[in-house]
Design a protein around this ligand. Structure first.
Ligand SMILES: NC(=O)c1ccc[n+]([C@@H]2O[C@H](COP(=O)([O-])OP(=O)(O)OC[C@H]3O[C@@H](n4cnc5c(N)ncnc54)[C@H](O)[C@@H]3O)[C@@H](O)[C@H]2O)c1
Ligand SMILES: [Zn+2]
Length: 362
């Protein structure tokens, strides 16, 4: 078992990482001064797989538990669902001191986190992420949110959990596509700051074969550590945290131009390669490194070719999403594997050229 500390002064917390640790949660809750009744927010898929084990462990540790379930899917990250949960919490006599445990992927984490941040002006939040994406990304850093109309993730708060428990055994039941989705964020973290993690991925990702227990634990540990360190230096996302957006400028545009048919991780994979190509075109990022990046993305089960989307739509989506000043847009570009820089010097015409050339190569 491993631990990562998220150092945020009086809001600091610990991320526990390892296989089969769901059963120990009761002890960690007590260590954090949490007591009394608990409310678990989850969905039917995750409840069926892990609800009973979690509940049993908590009941054995002396915690009465209420389980609140919302349907599976991104569309549940809404004010409507949050509103329903407020009623259910109130019906379950939840008080200011009643912790909310978010058991599930990033959708449950963001939604339950939003509810915890707002119900009675804030109740303790515990994240129990069960997807790779949630274990390395969304459960760390305190961004909680719902969607509202066109506003994706834009109704929310910074609200740090009291504790994160990432049981890597839960990743065994994750569909391959979901695993790949999380691996995109793992690769992102390696490229932005950790050449060693990148080399580890090169050695340990074996294409179609899902990673074993030891590899999963190591990957979650090292990536969670990176996210925790970045967040600790920039809790409110006003500077350094920007580097976590590597691959996301073009990634978001691809997702939106595909009407969200493209998975986030797939779009980020293409976005990371596109940024690397831009940097290569600017004579900064080495061609050999570009090939290494492509190799790891492939082995993660992620795409390495630009999809058949109307390029004008992709460019429009970038313009819509980002502040474009004099035809130029902010980019996070790799200098080498393990090092990135932020630049406002990339022109939209270069972005377009890179995407067109790449598409024609294929
Ligand atoms: N707060 C943040 O900083 C942050 C960062 C990145 C992403 N996000 C948000 O995270 C969400 C995406 O999260 P996600 O990728 O985890 O998707 P998700 O929560 O929809 O989970 C993906 C699917 O896997 C299922 N699932 C979850 N755990 C499982 C398990 N152990 N075994 C089998 N199936 C399982 C879920 O029910 C769902 O069908 C988006 O809403 C995104 O906006 C938030
Ligand atoms: Zn992302």
């Amino acid at each position: 078992m491993k631990k990562v500390e998220v150092r945020l002064g009086s809001d600091s917390y610990t991320i526990h990482i390892g296989p089969g640790i769901l059963a120990h949660i009761g002890r960690w809750l007590k260590e954090n001064g949490l007591a009394g009744k608990l409310a678990i927010i989850t969905n039917p898929v995750v409840r069926e797989l892990y609800g009973a084990a979690l509940e049993q462990g908590l009941v054995d540790a002396g915690f009465p538990v209420a389980i609140l379930s919302v349907p599976d899917g991104e569309e549940q990250k809404s004010l409507e669902t949050a509103g329903r949960l407020y009623h259910e919490l109130s019906d379950a006599y939840a008080e200011r001191t009643t912790p909310i445990l978010a058991l599930g992927g990033g959708v449950i984490g963001d939604l339950a986190g939003f509810v915890a941040a707002t119900y009675l002006r804030g109740v303790p939040l515990v994240q129990i992420p069960t997807t790779l994406l949630a274990q390395v990304d969304s459960s760390i850093g305190g961004k909680v949110a719902v969607n509202h109309g066109q506003l994706k993730n834009e109704i929310g708060a910074f609200y740090q959990p009291r504790l994160v428990v990432a049981d890597t055994s839960t990743l065994k039941t994750l569909p391959d596509k979901e695993l790949a989705n999380g691996l995109a964020e793992v690769i992102k973290c390696a490229v932005i700051v950790d050449n060693g993690l990148f080399a580890y991925l090169e050695r340990n990702l074996a294409g179609m074969k899902p990673p074993g227990d030891g590899v999963l634990e190591e990957i979650v540990f090292r990536t969670a550590q990176i996210k925790a360190d970045v967040v600790a230096q920039d809790e409110r996302d006003s500077g350094l945290r920007n580097i976590l957006n590597y691959g996301h400028t073009i990634g978001h545009a691809l997702e939106s131009a595909s009407d969200f048919q493209m998975r986030h991780g797939e779009a980020v994979a293409i976005g990371m390669l596109a940024a690397a190509r831009i940097s290569n075109q600017m004579d900064i990022f080495d061609k050999k490194e570009l090939l290494r990046l492509k190799g790891v993305i492939e082995r993660a089960g992620l795409p390495t070719e630009v999809p058949d989307l109307r390029l004008e739509q992709v460019i429009q989506a970038i313009e819509h999403d980002k502040k474009v000043l004099q035809g130029k847009v902010r980019f996070i570009l790799p200098r080498a594997i393990g090092s990135v820089f932020i630049t406002d010097e990339v022109s939209l015409s270069l972005v377009e050229k890179i995407l067109v050339d790449w598409h024609e190569e294929a």
